[in-house]
Write a protein that binds this ligand. Sequence first.
Ligand SMILES: NC(=O)c1ccc[n+]([C@@H]2O[C@H](COP(=O)([O-])OP(=O)(O)OC[C@H]3O[C@@H](n4cnc5c(N)ncnc54)[C@H](OP(=O)(O)O)[C@@H]3O)[C@@H](O)[C@H]2O)c1
Length: 234
Amino acid sequence: MGRALARRMAERGDRLFLLGRDAADLEKSARDLEVRGAPAPVGSAACDLERTDTFAPALQAAEQALGGLDVVVVTAGLFATQDALEADAELARRLLVVDFANTVVFCEEARRRLLARGGGTLCVFSSVAGERGRKPVVLYGAAKAGLTRYLEGLDHKFRAAGLRTVCVKPGFVKTSMTDGLTPPPFAGEPDGVARRVLTAIDRGEPVVYVPFMWRWVMLVIRSLPRAVMRRIGF
Ligand SMILES: NC(=O)c1ccc[n+]([C@@H]2O[C@H](COP(=O)([O-])OP(=O)(O)OC[C@H]3O[C@@H](n4cnc5c(N)ncnc54)[C@H](OP(=O)(O)O)[C@@H]3O)[C@@H](O)[C@H]2O)c1
């Protein structure tokens, strides 16, 4: 989804800077974005959500290359099935650190930098998995629930100071993360998600469900009594 969103931004001529952990892949994506319309050069820097020491230098490099940050988008995340996480305590620890603790640490670094320039937009991908405690996503859902609450608090605390927080809550989207899983009804495609998220960024919408139907699905799920949740497999 991050790549699809960057492509949409490139097509309208936004200046871009990429962060990630695979230098060769970033380089390839940067050239692709230039071909699609992003002003050259599209720069990149190493940033690994498992290594907090990479956060400040990566954001610093982006600020220097772009002459300041208007929008920071965080799409990186780890997913594994609940069975895999229960069978591998180290994988579970890594997922909790990447999807919650270190994403928050990264956002705090981005928040300070955006506010130092008078504000901007922080767009972060959480998940509908954080809306209720559910059997198939006990750990992943807990991490995303924490992230969602953090973003909500950030929005309340700093919007008046100029920080616009956009919390993206994807339902099921067909990406490399969900490869091999059976798509449920209302499964989305990365490009449709990117179009909707870009509008949300431009408008500064605090919460966006993608695809749109998940807003209504989760309205129902949030209202189900615990006894019903206990019985259903959702
Ligand atoms: N797809 C869905 O149905 C769905 C549903 C709900 C929420 N989400 C959330 O949406 C976001 C985007 O997911 P996606 O579906 O687009 O998955 P994706 O294609 O697998 O993208 C996830 C990205 O996260 C990066 N990443 C993983 N660990 C990292 C680390 N330690 N440091 C830096 N980058 C790291 C991966 O980079 P590498 O290329 O280096 O591996 C990958 O590019 C995630 O936060 C995910 O939890 C997805």
